[in-house]
Ligand binder design. Structure first.
Ligand code: IVH
Length: 668
């Protein structure tokens, strides 16, 4: 292929891929399946590699992100990013209208929009290309997060058509959908990291990450709601957003044009209830004057426009008493302060405790013992203390200060730079870390040891029978029998289950070890790539980060683990007890690359294999089993009685369906 042909083909592929991205991420109406999409992307990547002179930073191939660490550059906003005045009641909203009517005699039309609860972003486009993305920062200047923003699939890199202004800015909110947020937090907890408090923190935390290839995996979404520039096409806000939609932006379909303040109040009332059904968090409604000339006439105060206001939904809030602060120690030593409260009813549940997250939060709240505190359960899942009624404070109340030493073992706490949490570094001897590790080790997804609850582990620890996980394999019936409420049958069950755990495959043993940042998926990946604990121990940092999905943080943590003599001794003892520390022969023999790169969904009931077996077969052959059908699905492995909604999706995305028999043939 000569250069001219290559350039033509590259442009054609870029244009098509942009269009398919739009169909999928904005319109939710894909016209090709994932395989076809990937093939086109592969062609583009190959051509871009071969003809680097045609590189374009807005090529759809740039969506995957990069491993290069970036320091964010501070850039001044061309138009300052203002905030909005808040209102909390019908009266406040009517006052807003009264203020406006004093300044203009004309009839006012309002646009009501959802107030998305994420992190705001300002995007600049020149000649239809995304050239810059800035965070709000202090409103005057923000962080240049262009590289990270390019990984967000619903943000167009190139615009459609040619009716857009030569240069403009568009602002909106980057968010993490609830579903993605919940999944991310489960993964974080599995890896011994502290979960994000809410989707907003998760979105802004993700956007500020140094490694854009991780941002790409966070599945952020973005709604745009404000167009700025010198030559905007429409004469009102609503019309401009409609036009922006036609250029390829994701604009909410839930906005409404209202001709009176009563209609605005109705909209507010509707969404106060209906917001529970949305896939992304909102915390209120934004009300904007529609006509741009009226906006101009009304103007701005120092901080916010006079032509717009936000109405904030009430998070249910109660007052209760703060009795004490306890400090929980996780299996990795991380310290979480928890407030003990007088029990109080809040949003349908009885609340007795609230997380205080870390020392900064305690300091900011300026808490004293026995304070009357305000507790909310807004968008957050866990209730939190949002403030103190200082007037109610007792005269000689004792100030709450974060602890310096571990409340369990007395060791001085440490705080790793850049992290919010304090840690107890005494991992080997600190009791809750020991019992926490044992609880993790015996868990269903790890060694699956039955009959040993939290209480029994506590007893075993107190009786000095278990000091680390390898002690479990030394337990005898006569050790267990004297324990409180231990019967003959229970003891047999525990011992039987411990014995059975010797057969648990290597990937689960590896997960059970509780290496920081090594969750289930990572453990599986490591086991399948390096085959044994010896292989893992021998791998260098460089070799580890070469493995798909293993980043610097995980690699560092693995290296640290094996540098620790106590951890090495523990592994050696477990090896001696006979746990599986390498892939078994069958796993090794069965491993093929036949399904590499394929994402497969299993559904329905099967006659030859259980679903778990099918899942294992997919993975042994290099494939990936995913739970929900999307454009990215390559194969649909269908059994009996597949639900109609699944079949509909399979058809919609044009995914190839195979039966159990065909699947077995495929991997034979
Ligand atoms: S308009 C000058 N519209 O709320 C007006 N803001 O307190 C600019 N937000 O920083 C903002 N949804 O992050 C606007 N539909 C919406 C919004 C919205 C969420 C956020 C935005 C802004 C903050 C203002």
């Amino acid at each position: 292929m000569n250069k001219t042909e290559a350039l033509r083909r590259i442009s054609e592929l870029r244009e098509q891929l942009h269009k398919h991205n739009h169909n999928y991420y904005i319109l939710s109406q894909p016209t090709i399946n994932d395989f076809e999409f990937d093939m086109m992307m592969n062609d583009l990547l190959a051509l871009e590699n071969k003809f680097p002179e045609y590189a374009d930073e807005n090529s759809p191939s740039q969506r995957v992100g990069s491993d290069i660490n970036v320091e964010f550059k501070q850039v001044a906003h061309e138009y300052p990013m203002l905030s909005l005045g808040n209102t909390y009641s019908e009266e406040d909203v009517r006052d807003f209208e009264t203020r406006i009517l004093k300044l203009t005699e004309e009839k006012i039309q309002y646009v009501c929009e959802l107030k998305y609860d994420g992190t705001s972003i300002s995007l600049k486009y020149k000649n239809g290309k995304l050239v810059q993305a800035l965070t709000r920062g202090d409103g005057v200047q923000g962080d240049d997060v262009t590289t990270n923003v390019k990984t967000i699939k619903s943000i167009p890199l190139s615009l459609q058509g040619d009716a857009y202004p030569e240069e403009f800015e568009i602002r909106g909110e980057i968010m993490m959908p609830f579903q993605v947020f919940e999944k991310l937090n489960i993964e974080r907890e599995e890896q011994g990291e502290s979960p994000f408090a809410n989707p907003r923190n998760a979105a802004s935390g993700s956007l500020k990450m140094q490694n854009s290839s991780i941002v790409a995996k966070r599945q952020l979404d973005c709604y745009l709601y404000y167009l700025l520039g010198k030559q905007l096409p429409g004469k009102d806000h609503y019309q401009n957003l409609e036009l922006a939609k036609s250029w390829g932006f994701k604009i909410s379909d839930d906005s409404k044009l209202c001709n009176s303040i009563d209609e605005v109040l109705e909209f507010i009332k509707y969404w106060d209830k209906q917001r529970e059904e949305l896939p992304v968090p909102i915390d209120g409604i934004v009300i904007k004057v529609n006509a741009l000339d009226q906006q101009e006439e009304l103007g701005y105060t120092a901080k916010s426009p006079r032509w717009a206001i936000s109405y904030k939904f009430k998070a249910e809030r109660v007052v209760t008493r703060l009795n004490s602060v306890a400090y929980q120690i996780g299996r990795t030593g991380s310290i979480t302060p928890v407030a003990n409260l007088d029990a109080v009813q809040l949003a349908g549940t009885v609340v007795k405790r609230a997380s205080l997250h870390n020392s900064d939060i305690i300091a900011n709240l300026d808490l004293y013992l026995n304070d009357s505190v305000f507790v909310e359960k807004g968008g957050e899942i866990i209730p939190k203390i949002v403030g103190v009624d200082v007037d109610q404070r007792e005269a000689n109340a004792e100030k709450i200060t974060f602890i310096d030493n571990c409340p369990e073992c007395g060791t001085q706490l440490i705080r790793i730079e850049g992290e919010a949490n304090h840690y107890c570094p005494n991992s080997i001897l600190c009791p809750p870390q020991i019992t926490g590790r044992i609880e993790h080790f015996i868990g269903r997804k790890a060694m699956n040891i039955d009959g040993l609850g939290e209480e029994t582990i506590e007893l075993l620890y107190q009786e000095n029978l278990v000091r680390n996980v390898s002690d479990l394999y030394r337990l005898k019936k006569e050790d267990l029998m004297p324990l409180d409420r231990m019967g003959d049958k229970s003891a047999d069950r525990i011992l039987g289950s411990i014995k059975e755990s010797l057969e648990v495959p290597f990937e689960k043993v590896l997960f059970a070890l509780g290496i920081r940042h090594v969750g289930q998926t990572v453990a599986k990946k490591l086991a399948k790539t390096l085959n044994s604990i010896q292989g893992l121990k021998a791998a260098s940092f460089e070799e580890l980060v070469e493995i798909d999905e293993i980043g610097d943080k995980i690699a560092k943590s693995i290296i640290l683990f094996f540098e620790d003599e106590a951890q090495n001794n523990l592994v050696n003892e477990l090896v001696e007890h006979g746990l599986q520390f390498e892939l078994n022969e069958e796993e090794l023999a069965n491993q093929t690359n036949k399904l590499v790169g394929l994402s497969i969904v299993i559904s329905g009931s099967f006659s030859l294999h259980s679903r778990d077996e099918l899942k294992a077969l997919i993975e042994q052959n290099g494939g990936k089993n995913t739970s929900s059908i999307s454009k990215k699905t390559d194969l649909f492995l269908a059994g009996e009685k597949v639900g109609p909604s699944k079949l509909e999706k399979v058809e919609k995305f044009g995914i190839k369906t195979i039966s159990e028999k065909e699947f077995i043939e495929l991997i034979k």
